[in-house]
Ligand binder design. Structure first.
Ligand code: NAP
Length: 485
């Protein structure tokens, strides 16, 4: 495809799932003048950083793929983290994205100078771009718990996203703090390896039984032979996910009832010991926190060498973890599966828009984006998986694709010379956010629980409508919602 000479130079921050998605979308549309700034030495983002035992994705692999890069080779219905990371590396190479990526380059700041963004990396290098796309992901910055004495621990201690593979676990006393998706997967993998395994649970979580099953070589060969089957499979999973989870989280109905009943009956039938079952019964509704999918967790915690500790942790000491009842569980290894700072956004990078206003200042009262993709006062700046994207148990890849295609629409406008500067109006952004907040009340996330889904004001930072509405909303730019120059 030939593009006009005034096509914009684009900068993408991050070579994780969404940054690669943007890069691939640009390349497929014929754009060549773009750079992906990546602070690490390889692509993959969260799938590169998280390497803990048991890591897998709970979105079906045939749907957790780019629609433009189907993968007939997935070995399981729910792929392992390692396999997903390999997929991203392969897509990067096959689609010619690697030549656009500037590895080991962490941006320190991006400043709008009235026409372009002036970029500076932490090692002092500079660059400039006409359009800047943030693809930094949500769960990037590990959150360490505020537990006294954490530094005093004698053994090995690390966050789940910074797994230390030099530490042997077999036969070791391992303490895991946290029972989110991560802690649950680690527990399933370390049960029987660690002796004993102490799982420190602050709040029990609902679990939906989703068995991880291998794909037979025959089915994989069939998908290779008939690519249409892969497409069909993608669409089938998309429909099912949207029909069930897409509705269950946003409104009461049979989908919510069915998921809830399945979680409750799975706990009742799998954990027969009443004391343990009481410990594992969450105080809130299924899906209020992010729903966990596992068939390994309950069998793991039923083992004699796994202990679920629900007493409050009061301190970490050189020998182990002390709880409020005065007991110390001695451990050789301490794993902190305590989640991420979901509100880090671009931090520690500084983004400066018009009139010297930083994103930090603009989002002082919480993140407010226009339709999940743009911010008033920050011309030619777009966000992928930005605030309020539909992320609750959905494939983030599908969402990133919708958003990348939307950005492409504006890039085509800029390329054609019809506009030079594009930023959403404050009014359109406020209208969108006001609609969004008004629609939160029926969602499951407001049913009374604490999670990384909630913003500082307690309002969920999620999408209260169906994923299909997100696609429709971003199908075409609405020029009247923008200040154009
Ligand atoms: P998380 O869901 O935020 O869970 C953190 C856990 O640590 C919670 O159980 C929390 O307890 C506990 N915790 C935090 N601070 C603590 C403290 N000071 N003392 C005791 N316990 C503490 O984090 P995550 O498990 O890493 O998962 C984050 C997200 O990553 C998931 O929701 C999901 O979106 C994504 N993820 C996805 C997959 C997948 O299969 N696709 C796998 C892993 C992660 P409370 O509940 O009481 O706060």
């Amino acid at each position: 495809m030939t593009l006009p000479a005034n096509r914009p130079r684009v900068g993408i921050i991050g070579a994780g799932m969404s940054g690669l998605c943007m890069a691939a979308t640009l390349r497929r549309a014929g754009y060549r003048d773009f750079v992906v700034y990546e602070k690490a030495s390889e692509v993959g983002g969260t799938w590169r950083d998280n390497t803990y035992p048991g890591l897998s994705c709970d979105v079906p692999s045939r749907f957790y793929s780019y629609s433009f890069a189907p993968n007939a080779d997935w070995t399981r219905n729910f792929a392992s983290g390692e396999e997903i990371e390999r997929y991203f590396v392969r897509v990067t190479d096959e689609l010619g994205l690697r030549e656009h990526i500037r590895f080991d380059t962490e941006l320190a700041s991006a400043r709008w100078d009235g026409a372009r963004y002036r970029l500076r990396s932490t090692d002092g290098r500079t660059d400039s771009v006409d359009v800047l796309v943030s693809a930094t992901g949500i769960l990037r910055e590990p959150k360490l718990p505020d537990i006294p004495g954490l530094d005093s621990f004698d053994g090995a201690a690390f966050h789940s996203a910074r797994w230390d593979h030099s530490v042997a676990l077999k036969g070791k006393r391992v303490a895991v703090v946290g029972t989110g998706s991560t802690g649950v997967q680690i527990t399933g993998a370390l049960a029987g390896v660690a002796k004993p395994l102490y799982l420190f649970q602050r709040t029990a979580q609902w679990i939906l039984p989703m068995p991880r099953l291998p794909y037979s070589p025959v089915s994989r060969a069939a998908l290779k032979l008939v690519p249409g089957l892969n497409k069909l499979s993608y669409l089938g999973y998309q429909r099912i996910m949207e029909l069930i989870f897409g509705h269950a989280v946003i409104e009461p109905g049979w989908q919510r009832d069915a998921v809830s009943a399945l979680c409750r009956s799975y706990l009742r039938t799998t954990v027969r010991d009443e004391e343990l079952r009481a410990k594992l019964t969450p105080p809130d509704e299924p899906m209020c926190k992010r729903l966990i999918m596992s068939t390994a967790f309950y069998p793991a915690v039923r083992r004699r060498d796994v202990q679920v500790v629900t007493d409050k942790i009061v301190a970490v000491e050189p020998k182990g973890v002390r709880t409020a009842d005065g007991r110390v569980r001695e451990a050789d290894v301490l794993v902190l599966a305590t989640g991420f700072d979901a509100h880090a956004f671009l931090r520690p990078m500084e983004l400066v828009g018009e009139h010297g206003v930083t994103l930090e200042q603009a989002w002082r009262d919480g993140p407010r984006a226009y339709r999940t993709v743009a911010v008033p006062g920050f011309p030619n700046f777009f966000t992928l998986i930005g605030p309020h994207s539909p992320i609750g148990n959905h494939s983030l890849i599908a969402i990133a694709e919708t958003q990348a295609n939307y950005v492409l629409r504006w890039l085509d406008e800029l390329s054609a010379g019809r506009v030079r500067r594009v930023a959403p109006t404050t009014e359109a952004t406020e209208r969108f956010n006001s609609d969004l907040r008004d629609s939160m009340s029926g969602t499951i996330w407001t049913s009374g629980c604490d999670s990384w889904y909630l913003g500082p004001d307690g309002v969920p930072e999620l999408w209260p409508w169906t994923p299909a509405r997100h696609r429709r909303m971003l199908a075409e730019p609405v020029p009247t919602d923008f200040e154009l120059a």
